[in-house]
Design a binder for this molecule. Structure first.
Ligand code: 5AD
Ligand code: FES
Length: 350
């Protein structure tokens, strides 16, 4: 029964809400089957290639106050930092030598990094590394700002929607943030031409199986080029400090359902997943993931970009992580490649 439903999903690349819901509820019986199918689909689209993205966490200042996040404005224990443009380009330069051809600039919503600073920074990185893609992950901004960042040369943008359920969004984000604005930002990014990434946390406080079924339907409709998911992990200095973490098991199953629903999607095995399960990245790759995003931030700030507790690799140099990951990926029969790793529809921009 459940395996037939998975076969149907593989063939038709969508199910109705009840279909997704019964897969999620009955996943214990079909986890391995789902992972196998999703791995096959990834192989059909992208082969055994695993794309790497060099993550540069350039500021942990944030004006928002998301209840789950360790760098929320209200956490006065967070040790705040900003990298200078020279430090940021330095991270990209050393990442290039290690084989990275995509850099991800990620930060909190920090007003210091207005367009006046980001635009020249983007142009500089693209001028130094014209064969690389640049991804931004800097939260909600105006349509005009997104357009300027795109015109400056940014190729991709990550903005997780966090939850498809408006009420649930309100519970995760007290105060000024709005679900409607988040969704509008995603539509704006797509319209402007960014390869766009959406996503959500698995097992965030208040999330239901129905919400997860709706997440899959929503992703099918939005068709983002990238989807980032990882387990919710509590951070000790947030309102959700005592909430249970999401599980690797459910995250892995959802990764496989996402691969089957959006066969072409760029799908990372996230650091949060590896934090809750030491085998998480390998299992994710076996179950259809095709992206890894190791950290290129200078080691002296690594331990400060803490969205959740017990984050891995805060003491390792980028070069150590890349060696570690090569070994891990090889064991899955896949291979890390030196490649921009664009979405298959977007091999060449313009
Ligand atoms: N646990 C797991 N993921 C988190 N994020 C933020 N806080 C946490 C947490 N406590 C995720 C959010 C955000 C991304 C950058 O990190 O989904 O979009
Ligand atoms: Fe950083 Fe393994 S990836 S040590």
């Amino acid at each position: 029964m459940m395996t037939e439903l998975l076969d149907k999903l593989k063939t038709e690349t969508v199910l109705d809400r009840d279909g997704y819901l019964s897969l999620i509820r009955n996943r214990a019986q079909i986890r391995e089957y789902a992972a196998g199918l999703a791995g096959t689909v990834r192989d059909e689209v992208y082969g055994k290639k695993i794309f790497i993205r060099g993550l540069i966490e350039f500021t942990n200042y944030c004006k928002n106050n998301c209840s789950y996040c360790g760098i929320r404005a209200g956490n006065d224990k967070a040790d705040r930092y900003r990298l200078t443009p020279e430090e940021i380009t330095g991270c990209a330069d050393s990442g290039y030598e290690l084989g990275f051809r995509t850099f991800v600039l990620q930060g909190g919503e920090d007003a210091y990094f207005g367009d006046d600073i980001l635009v020249p920074l983007i142009k500089d990185i693209k001028a130094r590394h014209p064969d690389c893609a640049l991804t931004l992950s800097v939260g909600e901004r105006s349509y005009e700002s997104y357009r300027r960042l795109y015109e400056a040369g940014a190729d991709r943008y990550l903005l997780r929607h966090e939850t498809v359920n408006r009420e649930h969004y309100g519970m995760l984000h007290p105060g000024g943030m709005s679900w409607d604005n988040r969704m509008q930002c995603l539509r704006n990014l797509k319209e402007i031409g960014f390869q766009t990434g959406a996503g959500f946390m698995v097992g965030s406080p208040g999330q239901t199986d129905e919400d997860l079924a709706d997440e899959l339907l929503f992703l099918k409709e939005l068709k983002p080029e990238m989807v980032g998911i990882g387990p919710f992990i509590p951070h000790k200095d947030t309102p959700f400090a005592d909430r249970p973490a999401g599980t690797a098991e459910l995250t892995l199953f959802l990764l496989s359902l996402i691969r089957l629903t959006l066969p072409d999607v760029l799908l990372p095995a996230t650091t949060a997943l590896a934090t809750v399960d030491p085998k998480g990245r390998e299992l994710a790759i076996e179950g259809g993931a095709n992206v890894l995003m190791p950290n290129l931030s200078p080691v002296n700030v690594r331990g400060k970009y803490l969205l959740y507790d017990d984050k891995i690799c805060t003491g390792e140099e980028a070069a150590q992580c890349i060696e570690c990951l090569k070994t891990r990926v090889e064991k899955t029969g896949c291979e890390i490649v030196t490649d921009r790793g664009d979405h298959i529809d977007r091999k060449v921009r313009n």
